[in-house]
Design a protein around this ligand. Structure first.
Ligand code: DX5
Length: 220
C-alpha cells in the first residue's frame, strides 16, 4: 500500500491572511495544498480565481492542486496551471469530452485529475484511467466545508481501487469531504490513499502539525 498523503483544503483559511495561512500549512508537514475553486454555477459558492493562487504561490514550496468545481473547466485550465498548480482536477459531470480535457491538462505540463460527485458511478472513469493521474471521490456534495462524511461512498472508493489496481496504472485515489480521524480509517480501508481535510484540520485544538500527524497515523 502507498504512504497516505495528507492534503489540506484552503477553504477554511482566513482569506485576509492568505499568504501566512499558506506558509502555516506548508510548515505543518502536508504533502500538497488543495485550492477548492468554485464558480457559483457548478456549485452554489464562489472562491478562488487564478490570480489569488498565483499571489499565494511564492509563499510555499509545497505543490498546489486545483479542484475545479466549475461548469466550463476547459477555458480555465491554462490559467490555473500558469498560477502554479501542478495538479488540476476537473469534475466528470462538467466535461462533455473528459478524455480530451484530461489530455489537455497534461499537455499544459500539469498532472491531471478527475472528480466524481457522490451520485456519479465509478465506471465513469473506466475509460480514462490512462489519461488521469488521480481520481477524486467526493465524500460530501461539493460546495462547502464542514459537511458530514457520506459513508456510502466507501463502496465506490473500493470499486475505484479495483479499477485502478486492475489497470496497473499509478493513479492516486483521493477522497474529500468530512475527513477526520474518525472517518479516515474507513476511507483508507476502502482503498483511498490521498486525503483532503479542511474544517477538522483547521479546528484542531493542538494545531495543524498535530492534526496532520494524527490523520496520517489514522490512515495507515
Ligand atoms: C467541498 C470542499 C470541501 C473541502 C474540505 O466542496 O471540497 O470538501 O475541500 O471540507 P471539509 O474537510 O471541511 O469537509
Amino acid at each position: 500500500p502507498r504512504r497516505p498523503l495528507i492534503v489540506p483544503s484552503v477553504l477554511p483559511a482566513d482569506f485576509a491572511r492568505l499568504g501566512e495561512e499558506i506558509r502555516e500549512l506548508s510548515d505543518a508537514g502536508v504533502d500538497r495544498i488543495q485550492w477548492d475553486v468554485m464558480d457559483g454555477a457548478f456549485v452554489p459558492n464562489l472562491t478562488f480565481g487564478p490570480d489569488v493562487i498565483a499571489a499565494a504561490r511564492p509563499h510555499s514550496d509545497v505543490p498546489f492542486e486545483a479542484h475545479l468545481m466549475v461548469i466550463n473547466p476547459d477555458e480555465l485550465l491554462p490559467r490555473y496551471v500558469a498560477a502554479g498548480c501542478e495538479l488540476v482536477i476537473v469534475h466528470s459531470e462538467a466535461c462533455t469530452h473528459l478524455h480530451r480535457t484530461l489530455g489537455r491538462i497534461r499537455d499544459l505540463g500539469a498532472r491531471s485529475g478527475v472528480a466524481l460527485n457522490p451520485h456519479t458511478p465509478a465506471d465513469v472513469v473506466e475509460n480514462v484511467l490512462s489519461e488521469t493521474d488521480l481520481v477524486l471521490a467526493m465524500t460530501v456534495n461539493p460546495g462547502f466545508g464542514g459537511q458530514a462524511y457520506i459513508p456510502a461512498v466507501e463502496r465506490k472508493v473500493a470499486r475505484l481501487r479495483r479499477l485502478i489496481d486492475d489497470s496497473g496504472l499509478p493513479v492516486e485515489l483521493e477522497v474529500d469531504g468530512g475527513i477526520t480521524t474518525e472517518t479516515i480509517p474507513g476511507a483508507a480501508a476502502s482503498g483511498a490513499d490521498v486525503f483532503i481535510s479542511g474544517s477538522w484540520l483547521y479546528a484542531h485544538p493542538d494545531g495543524k502539525p498535530a492534526a496532520v500527524r494524527q490523520l496520517r497515523a489514522a490512515a495507515a
